[in-house]
Design a protein around this ligand. Structure first.
Ligand SMILES: N[C@@H](CCC(=O)N[C@@H](CS)C(=O)NCC(=O)O)C(=O)O
Length: 203
């Protein structure tokens, strides 16, 4: 059963899906298909009216989004309880960490989009600082209490968020949060899919 993944190679949210698929042994079934959210006639907007990626297209015609739902779908496909823990407390914690990792990426993306979608003279620094504040507060909390470096939806999202900050440099997280630097090294060693899912930036 082939699963089509609509995304760009560098999308941090799509990287979550690629890592999850590798961890679950499902990556052989995922076929990447380039998507361009900026192109009005890209079928992405039909598959997900929000025009956002990733979208996973299933053989029965269903379009599954967003990344949270896709990761849950893949976990179920692999038998369940693997990257979405079955235990109630572990599940709660993993999903909450996923929300935090995704929130870092959402804020990071808004910072990038300010540069992409608004002319330079209209860039609003207080808005950029507001978004940066979210990222720094999240990283401060995580640096104080990093999660175990085991693969689940939460740690996968956190690793993708840190990888995204490495690329776009919205904050200089490596200088400010040494415990998270060590955490990402540990995660990379434990989850080779993180490095395997790396795609060199195109812009
Ligand atoms: N909550 C969504 C966020 C997805 C998202 O923001 N994707 C970005 C690319 S990484 C996107 O499609 N942006 C285009 C847009 O916002 O129009 C998820 O978890 O999948």
């Amino acid at each position: 059963m082939e699963l089509k993944l609509r995304s760009t190679p560098t999308s941090p949210f799509s990287r979550k899906v690629k890592i999850a698929a590798m961890v679950l042994g499902l990556d052989g079934r995922i076929v990447p298909e380039f998507a361009n959210p900026l192109k009005p006639d890209d079928t992405l907007r039909v598959q997900n009216p929000l025009g956002k990626m990733p979208v996973l297209l299933l053989p029965d015609g269903a379009a599954v989004y967003d990344s949270v739902v896709i990761l849950d779908y893949l976990d179920q496909l692999a038998g369940g309880g693997k990257i979405v823990p079955a235990d109630a407390v572990a599940r709660r914690d993993a999903l909450t960490l996923q929300a935090l990792g995704d929130g870092i990426m959402d804020a990071g993306i808004l910072i990038v989009y300010e540069g992409r979608h608004r002319p330079a003279e209209k860039h609003h620094v207080p808005w950029l600082d507001y978004q940066r504040g979210k990222i720094v507060r999240a990283l401060t909390a995580l640096n104080e209490k990093p999660p175990p470096a085991e693969p689940n939806v939460g740690t996968i999202a956190l690793a993708c968020a840190l990888g995204y900050l490495d690329w776009r440099k919205q904050v200089d997280w490596r200088a400010q949060f040494p415990t998270l630097v060590a955490w990402l090294d540990e995660f990379r060693a434990a989850v080779p899919a993180f490095d395997k899912s790396y795609a060199p930036p195109r812009d």
